[in-house]
Ligand binder design. Structure first.
Ligand code: ADP
Ligand code: MG
Length: 399
């Protein structure tokens, strides 16, 4: 595994009188307007408190979920996040829904949050126009959204090309240092556990991880897709049908020699909310119209036996729909095994961290990262676009 990441640091910048734009990853799990897990919010406090104390104005940017660009949707609003941050900082933080609103609010407030960056057209296409709209309002850009640093978007990368000065925040530095420890000194066996629902992005990352780990333990939509690629009828389960040939290449060892472990049995139901007609079946016998929503008892046993011998563990993605009790046992058993093992264990991802906290097991995990996909890509040896953009900005400034 490679290491690559010296970045311009917030510590060395004079903030006095400056207007600062800070990109955070406040993409917390929200259920019915309630924040389910606030780890990502509390992890940003060090940078925020520092900026609020030293700078003249602070504009906070973040994404939340995956709304359609250009369309405001209440369920993707950062409203609950802005109000929680206001409580934590003991400071009123208004939420601006447009650039015009932002300019007006900035006249009366020192700290303003901008509404979900993914409501803006051009965010995910890394539009120069949008990037410069952010940049022209500030003197400095602070990138502290480690969890979004694998995205080449306007608010994570593009803006860096248009500001005079850009640097990494404290959370970015902390995350990079912790992940580099795993990259530089991993003890074997190294086991990656990957699950969850963001199948296409994570499948791609697996191709990198295959070269660096000894075992890949799979669950969630990732496992479903590989099982389908092997010819198993997954019925109504979450799969990424467009990635079957990629999944086959992965299974055939085209990308690396890690041993891939897939479920042998499944906990199934017709919907996430069907908590009555639940069955546990061997993997080839998922009932018609049914979905695999957790790994079964046999799979859990096999996974535990392999995992307990690990010396380094990387975990992103729940193994089942852990939010619902009947489908939470696989994820819980894996989390308990990680805690019981003597491995250095790194876990990341909004939902993965929510699961760990739900089980009350956070204390037993060596390092909890705010990044899911970003951590996996970093550990797989990829250069993350936002880190690259910061480094290039540093080169330009110091030339
Ligand atoms: P993270 O946020 O940790 O990176 P993801 O966002 O990729 O993880 O996935 C988390 C979601 O995946 C959870 O809401 C969980 O309910 C869902 N999930 C896990 N297993 C399954 C499955 N078998 N079918 C459908 N959804 C699943
Ligand atoms: Mg998630």
């Amino acid at each position: 595994m490679q290491s690559n990441n010296k970045l311009p640091s917030l510590e060395n910048i004079n903030l006095s009188g400056k207007r600062v734009l800070v990109r955070l990853d406040l993409n917390v799990p929200i259920d019915d307007g309630e924040i389910v897990d606030e780890t990502r919010i509390t992890e940003t406090l060090k940078t925020l408190v520092y900026l609020i104390e030293k700078a003249e104005k602070v504009i906070i940017l973040s994404h939340l979920g995956r709304p359609t660009e250009g369309c405001y949707e209440e369920r993707y609003s950062l409203k609950p996040v802005a109000s929680r941050l206001s409580q934590l900082l003991n400071k009123s933080i208004p939420l601006a829904r447009s650039f015009d609103e932002l300019d007006i609010v900035l006249n009366n407030f020192d700290v303003v949050m901008f509404e979900n960056v993914r409501f803006q057209v051009g965010e995910t296409k890394n539009s120069s126009e949008l990037s410069s709209l952010y940049a022209k309002r500030v003197d400095l850009f602070v990138m502290d959204a480690f969890g979004a640093s694998h995205r080449e978007h306007a608010s994570t990368c593009g803006v860096i090309n248009f500001v005079d000065q850009a640097c990494a925040g404290y959370l970015m530095e902390k995350e990079i240092t912790a992940l580099e420890k795993v990259i530089c000194e991993p003890l074997s066996p190294i086991i990656a556990i990957v699950g969850g629902s963001k199948v296409s992005t994570k499948l791609e990352v697996l191709s990198n991880l295959m070269q660096h780990v000894d075992y890949l333990i799979l669950g969630g939509g990732i496992a479903n897709t590989l099982l389908l690629a092997k010819g198993i009828n997954m019925q109504a389960s979450l799969v990424e049908a467009s990635m079957l040939s990629f999944a086959l290449d992965l299974l055939e060892g085209k990308y690396g020699s890690a041993e891939i472990l897939l479920p042998d049995d499944a906990v199934c139901a017709n919907s996430f909310d069907d908590l009555i007609n639940i069955s546990e079946v061997p993997i080839g016998e998922i009932p018609e119209n049914s979905m695999m929503l957790d790994i079964g008892t046999l799979t859990t046993k096999v996974y535990r036996e392999v995992l307990i011998k690990a010396k380094t563990i990387i975990w992103n993605g729940p193994l089942g729909v852990f939010e619902k009790e009947p489908f939470s046992y696989g994820t819980k058993a894996i989390a308990e095994t990680i805690v019981a093992s003597d491995a250095y264990a790194l876990a990341g991802g909004g939902d993965t961290v929510a699961a760990i906290n739900q089980f009350g097991l956070a204390q037993g995990i060596s390092y909890i990262s705010t990044g899911g996909g970003a951590s996996l890509e970093f550990l797989g040896g990829k250069v993350l676009p936002a880190i690259e953009a910061l480094r290039k900005n540093l080169e330009v400034v110091t030339k």
